[in-house]
Design a binder for this molecule. Sequence first.
Ligand SMILES: [Zn+2]
Length: 87
Amino acid sequence: MENTIRVNPLKYPNIKCKCGCEVWNQGVILKRVPGLEMGQGTEDVFVDLPVWYCAKCGEILPEYKEMYKMDDNSNAPKSEIQTKLIV
Ligand SMILES: [Zn+2]
């Protein structure tokens, strides 16, 4: 690992989802970038960017949503959970 952690993360508050969950899963969003811009020939290149989403409700961490300019309904699991709650 090239990123040496010098601070103790345990002394900082856990990031909570608005549903109260403190556990996050990591996913990726994919970008299709022209190979020429990446210096990798003429083929398009897939670039994956890490994103964190709530393990309980599937809500994407708002900071990432903003950074990647994601749609509000881009995380499918949410509606699934809501349906279960109504039933
Ligand atoms: Zn949540």
